[in-house]
Design a protein around this ligand. Structure first.
Ligand SMILES: [Zn+2]
Length: 286
């Protein structure tokens, strides 16, 4: 099977409440959250892009707190620095149509965009507060170049789209064959390593300790805290914490599916990915 490498491309930062990320166990923690695009590179030089970052003015600032970009984080500059000419890209995978994944899709003038059909339909007229995460203006003109997918889909030798709804109605992850087995780009099914608590217990503890009510640090040695966490972990799909945006039950099922598939875990917004420049080479968490 063909092998690939994956580069997380840092393209900006949100400053937001991590309760939206690890709800409700991090409800009191406000911090910076990196926004990535991903570059998948084949051993033959093939390049595939995953997601499109955000246009600063298309994001509701009072919820997501996008920070003004320094010049080195501007998307065209990031692509250039990584040897990507957007006009030469023919394949872009869109995990979902939230505004921090669609902002610069228009740069890829000659690309087809792989999107789940239900994601397109539901994002055009979103349900309830899903609407705050959508910017139709980013992508509506690109619909003629959408390749609409329904469910799991084999894109190439070594690359598969994996249906993983819950964060949005038609969210998908990307399974990539690498020298260390199957790497899964989780998209926003998991923002953080902490979202797979049983697999990355230290990352989970780090986030939860900072996430007490009203910003009070949580004492993880406290028997009451331990009993509560044990109760959660002992529950059905306990130990999976996805961003509770649309359907928490679906997120847990999607996380369990992706966790079982993944030899290498690549969440959507974890600060660890700023450090790990090339995956799986720099992957050192397990
Ligand atoms: Zn999202």
């Amino acid at each position: 099977m063909k092998e690939y490498k994956i580069k997380p491309l840092l393209t900006g930062w949100f400053h937001m409440n991590w309760g939206l990320i690890m709800s409700p166990l991090a409800a009191g923690y406000v911090a910076d959250l990196p926004v990535f695009m991903f570059l998948i590179e084949g051993e033959d030089g093939e390049k595939i892009i995953v997601d499109g970052s955000y246009v600063h003015d298309h994001v509701p600032k009072w919820i997501f707190g996008p920070k003004p970009r320094t010049p080195d984080l501007e998307v065209p500059e990031v692509l250039k620095r990584n040897g990507v000419d957007p006009k030469e890209i023919d394949t872009v995978i869109v995990t979902h149509l939230h505004h921090d994944h669609t902002g610069y899709l228009h740069l890829f003038e000659n690309a087809s965009f792989y999107v789940q059909e239900v994601e397109m339909v539901e994002s055009y007229f979103p349900m309830g507060y899903q609407a705050v995460g959508c910017c139709q203006e980013d992508w509506i003109d690109l619909v003629p170049r959408f390749k609409l997918v329904n469910g799991d889909f084999k894109l190439r030798d070594g690359i598969e789209l994996v249906f993983a709804p819950g964060h949005t109605a038609g969210h998908q992850a990307v399974a990539v064959n690498t020298s260390r087995g199957r790497a899964i780009i989780f998209g926003d099914a998991a923002y953080m390593y902490a979202g797979l608590a049983k697999r990355f217990p230290a990352k989970f503890a780090e986030v939860v300790a900072l996430g007490g009510v009203a910003g009070q640090k949580v004492d993880l040695e406290d028997p009451e805290v331990q009993a509560t966490i044990a109760k959660v972990w002992g529950s059905r799909y306990g130990g999976y914490f996805g961003p509770a945006v649309l359907n928490p039950g679906e997120i847990m099922r999607s996380l369990a599916k992706l966790d079982m598939m993944a030899d290498v875990v690549i969440p959507g917004h974890d600060p660890e990915l700023v450090r790990m420049k090339v995956l799986p080479d720099d992957y050192d968490l397990e």
